[in-house]
Design a protein around this ligand. Structure first.
Ligand code: ITT
Length: 197
Protein backbone atom coordinates (compact mmCIF):
# COMPACT_ATOMS: atom_id res chain seq x y z
CA UNK A 1 0.00 0.00 0.00
CA UNK A 2 1.36 3.43 -0.95
CA UNK A 3 -0.32 6.70 0.03
CA UNK A 4 -0.51 9.62 -2.37
CA UNK A 5 -0.71 12.07 0.55
CA UNK A 6 0.08 11.35 4.20
CA UNK A 7 -0.46 13.90 6.97
CA UNK A 8 1.81 13.84 10.00
CA UNK A 9 -0.74 14.85 12.66
CA UNK A 10 1.50 16.89 14.94
CA UNK A 11 2.17 20.50 15.80
CA UNK A 12 5.79 19.63 16.65
CA UNK A 13 8.09 20.36 13.72
CA UNK A 14 10.89 18.27 15.26
CA UNK A 15 8.65 15.20 15.19
CA UNK A 16 7.58 15.96 11.61
CA UNK A 17 11.19 16.18 10.43
CA UNK A 18 12.01 12.91 12.14
CA UNK A 19 9.05 11.15 10.59
CA UNK A 20 10.10 12.24 7.09
CA UNK A 21 13.53 10.69 7.69
CA UNK A 22 12.23 7.57 9.46
CA UNK A 23 9.75 6.87 6.67
CA UNK A 24 12.43 7.33 4.02
CA UNK A 25 14.96 5.17 5.91
CA UNK A 26 12.44 2.41 6.61
CA UNK A 27 10.32 2.32 3.48
CA UNK A 28 12.26 4.30 0.87
CA UNK A 29 9.80 5.80 -1.64
CA UNK A 30 7.25 3.02 -1.02
CA UNK A 31 5.18 4.63 1.73
CA UNK A 32 3.92 8.02 0.55
CA UNK A 33 4.40 10.36 -2.40
CA UNK A 34 3.87 13.47 -0.26
CA UNK A 35 4.34 13.83 3.52
CA UNK A 36 2.51 16.87 4.89
CA UNK A 37 3.05 18.76 8.19
CA UNK A 38 -0.51 19.12 9.60
CA UNK A 39 -0.32 22.88 10.45
CA UNK A 40 0.40 23.55 6.78
CA UNK A 41 -3.13 22.50 5.80
CA UNK A 42 -5.18 23.74 8.75
CA UNK A 43 -5.08 25.14 12.29
CA UNK A 44 -6.26 22.74 14.97
CA UNK A 45 -5.35 21.93 18.56
CA UNK A 46 -6.40 18.45 19.66
CA UNK A 47 -6.98 18.10 23.42
CA UNK A 48 -4.90 15.21 24.77
CA UNK A 49 -7.46 13.82 27.20
CA UNK A 50 -6.44 10.15 26.91
CA UNK A 51 -5.04 8.13 29.82
CA UNK A 52 -2.47 6.34 27.67
CA UNK A 53 -0.08 7.24 24.86
CA UNK A 54 -2.14 5.03 22.52
CA UNK A 55 -5.40 6.86 23.34
CA UNK A 56 -3.80 10.25 22.74
CA UNK A 57 -2.18 9.14 19.48
CA UNK A 58 -5.60 7.90 18.31
CA UNK A 59 -7.30 11.17 19.30
CA UNK A 60 -4.78 13.15 17.22
CA UNK A 61 -4.81 10.83 14.18
CA UNK A 62 -8.61 10.59 14.08
CA UNK A 63 -9.19 14.33 14.52
CA UNK A 64 -6.88 15.15 11.61
CA UNK A 65 -8.28 12.34 9.46
CA UNK A 66 -11.80 13.66 10.03
CA UNK A 67 -10.72 17.20 9.20
CA UNK A 68 -8.78 16.29 6.05
CA UNK A 69 -10.25 13.02 4.76
CA UNK A 70 -6.63 11.90 4.27
CA UNK A 71 -4.49 9.18 5.86
CA UNK A 72 -2.97 10.57 9.08
CA UNK A 73 -0.09 9.38 11.21
CA UNK A 74 0.10 10.66 14.81
CA UNK A 75 2.54 10.09 17.64
CA UNK A 76 2.11 10.45 21.38
CA UNK A 77 5.35 10.06 23.22
CA UNK A 78 7.13 10.76 26.46
CA UNK A 79 10.18 10.28 28.63
CA UNK A 80 9.84 8.02 31.68
CA UNK A 81 12.36 8.26 34.52
CA UNK A 82 12.96 5.22 36.69
CA UNK A 83 13.73 7.39 39.75
CA UNK A 84 10.38 9.19 39.36
CA UNK A 85 8.25 6.07 38.87
CA UNK A 86 7.79 6.81 35.17
CA UNK A 87 7.16 10.58 35.37
CA UNK A 88 6.90 12.84 33.40
CA UNK A 89 5.65 10.21 30.92
CA UNK A 90 2.36 11.22 29.34
CA UNK A 91 2.92 14.80 30.54
CA UNK A 92 6.43 15.23 29.08
CA UNK A 93 5.38 18.10 26.81
CA UNK A 94 3.58 19.96 29.62
CA UNK A 95 5.79 19.79 32.73
CA UNK A 96 6.52 23.51 32.70
CA UNK A 97 5.54 26.43 30.50
CA UNK A 98 8.36 27.47 28.19
CA UNK A 99 10.61 25.96 25.60
CA UNK A 100 12.59 22.72 25.34
CA UNK A 101 15.48 24.05 27.40
CA UNK A 102 13.10 25.00 30.26
CA UNK A 103 11.81 21.41 30.23
CA UNK A 104 15.34 20.00 30.25
CA UNK A 105 16.20 22.23 33.26
CA UNK A 106 13.07 21.02 35.05
CA UNK A 107 14.06 17.41 34.40
CA UNK A 108 17.62 17.86 35.67
CA UNK A 109 16.22 19.59 38.77
CA UNK A 110 13.96 16.61 39.48
CA UNK A 111 16.93 14.25 39.32
CA UNK A 112 19.26 16.35 41.47
CA UNK A 113 20.91 14.15 44.12
CA UNK A 114 19.35 10.97 42.67
CA UNK A 115 21.73 8.14 41.77
CA UNK A 116 19.29 6.26 39.51
CA UNK A 117 19.53 7.91 36.07
CA UNK A 118 17.71 5.13 34.17
CA UNK A 119 15.04 6.25 31.68
CA UNK A 120 13.15 5.26 28.59
CA UNK A 121 11.48 7.08 25.73
CA UNK A 122 8.13 5.64 24.65
CA UNK A 123 6.09 6.42 21.53
CA UNK A 124 2.65 5.22 20.46
CA UNK A 125 1.87 5.72 16.80
CA UNK A 126 -1.56 5.72 15.27
CA UNK A 127 -2.16 5.47 11.52
CA UNK A 128 -5.74 6.31 10.61
CA UNK A 129 -6.83 5.71 7.02
CA UNK A 130 -10.37 7.14 6.74
CA UNK A 131 -13.11 4.58 6.09
CA UNK A 132 -10.53 1.79 5.96
CA UNK A 133 -8.58 1.06 9.15
CA UNK A 134 -6.73 2.34 12.19
CA UNK A 135 -3.44 0.84 13.36
CA UNK A 136 -1.69 1.47 16.68
CA UNK A 137 1.81 0.40 17.70
CA UNK A 138 4.27 1.24 20.48
CA UNK A 139 8.05 1.49 20.58
CA UNK A 140 10.62 2.25 23.27
CA UNK A 141 14.26 3.22 23.60
CA UNK A 142 16.08 2.70 26.91
CA UNK A 143 18.93 4.83 28.16
CA UNK A 144 19.96 7.20 30.94
CA UNK A 145 19.92 10.89 31.76
CA UNK A 146 23.26 12.72 31.77
CA UNK A 147 24.19 15.48 34.26
CA UNK A 148 24.13 18.38 31.80
CA UNK A 149 22.82 18.97 28.26
CA UNK A 150 25.06 18.14 25.28
CA UNK A 151 24.43 18.56 21.57
CA UNK A 152 22.16 20.64 19.36
CA UNK A 153 20.32 18.19 17.08
CA UNK A 154 16.83 16.82 17.56
CA UNK A 155 14.27 18.34 19.93
CA UNK A 156 12.76 18.04 23.41
CA UNK A 157 14.84 16.07 25.91
CA UNK A 158 17.38 14.85 23.31
CA UNK A 159 20.36 16.81 24.83
CA UNK A 160 20.15 14.87 28.12
CA UNK A 161 19.22 11.38 26.86
CA UNK A 162 22.03 8.87 26.40
CA UNK A 163 20.69 5.80 24.60
CA UNK A 164 21.84 2.41 25.91
CA UNK A 165 25.15 1.30 24.35
CA UNK A 166 26.11 4.82 23.18
CA UNK A 167 28.38 7.52 24.57
CA UNK A 168 26.64 10.41 22.80
CA UNK A 169 23.27 11.95 23.60
CA UNK A 170 20.44 11.88 21.07
CA UNK A 171 21.24 15.55 20.37
CA UNK A 172 24.91 14.75 19.63
CA UNK A 173 24.12 11.80 17.36
CA UNK A 174 23.23 12.53 13.74
CA UNK A 175 19.51 12.41 12.95
CA UNK A 176 20.19 9.28 10.95
CA UNK A 177 21.87 7.57 13.92
CA UNK A 178 19.03 8.51 16.30
CA UNK A 179 16.54 7.17 13.78
CA UNK A 180 18.20 3.75 13.75
CA UNK A 181 17.28 3.15 17.38
CA UNK A 182 14.61 5.59 18.55
CA UNK A 183 11.27 4.76 20.17
CA UNK A 184 9.53 6.46 17.21
CA UNK A 185 11.43 4.34 14.68
CA UNK A 186 10.69 1.13 16.58
CA UNK A 187 6.99 1.95 16.58
CA UNK A 188 7.04 2.95 12.90
CA UNK A 189 8.75 -0.30 11.88
CA UNK A 190 5.85 -2.17 13.49
CA UNK A 191 3.27 -0.09 11.55
CA UNK A 192 5.15 -0.73 8.32
CA UNK A 193 5.36 -4.46 9.11
CA UNK A 194 1.60 -4.63 9.71
CA UNK A 195 0.85 -2.81 6.44
CA UNK A 196 3.02 -5.22 4.48
CA UNK A 197 1.19 -8.29 5.87
P1 ITT B 1 2.06 16.88 19.18
O1 ITT B 1 1.16 16.43 20.33
O2 ITT B 1 1.48 18.01 18.41
O3 ITT B 1 2.49 15.75 18.32
P2 ITT B 1 3.95 17.38 21.32
O4 ITT B 1 5.35 17.87 21.36
O5 ITT B 1 2.96 18.04 22.27
O6 ITT B 1 3.42 17.47 19.81
P3 ITT B 1 3.54 14.91 22.77
O7 ITT B 1 2.28 15.37 23.38
O8 ITT B 1 3.62 13.51 22.23
O9 ITT B 1 3.98 15.83 21.56
O10 ITT B 1 4.70 15.17 23.82
C1 ITT B 1 5.86 14.42 23.80
C2 ITT B 1 6.97 15.20 24.46
O11 ITT B 1 7.95 14.23 24.91
C3 ITT B 1 7.69 16.10 23.46
O12 ITT B 1 7.18 17.40 23.44
C4 ITT B 1 9.13 16.06 23.97
O13 ITT B 1 9.29 16.98 25.03
C5 ITT B 1 9.23 14.63 24.55
N1 ITT B 1 9.76 13.73 23.50
C6 ITT B 1 9.09 12.76 22.81
N2 ITT B 1 9.89 12.16 21.90
C7 ITT B 1 11.07 12.77 22.00
C8 ITT B 1 12.30 12.63 21.32
O14 ITT B 1 12.45 11.77 20.32
N3 ITT B 1 13.31 13.41 21.68
C9 ITT B 1 13.18 14.31 22.68
N4 ITT B 1 12.07 14.53 23.35
C10 ITT B 1 11.00 13.77 23.02
Amino acid sequence: MKFTKLIIATGNRGKYREFCEIIRDTAGENFADEIIFAPEISRMIVEETGKTYAENAMLKARAWAERSGLPCLADDSGLELDALDGAPGLYSARVVAGNDSDKVSWLLGQLEGKADRGARFVASLCLCVPEKFTLITEGECRGKIVDSPSGYDGFGYDPVFLPEGYELTFAELSGHAKNQISHRTNAFRKIYGLLKQ
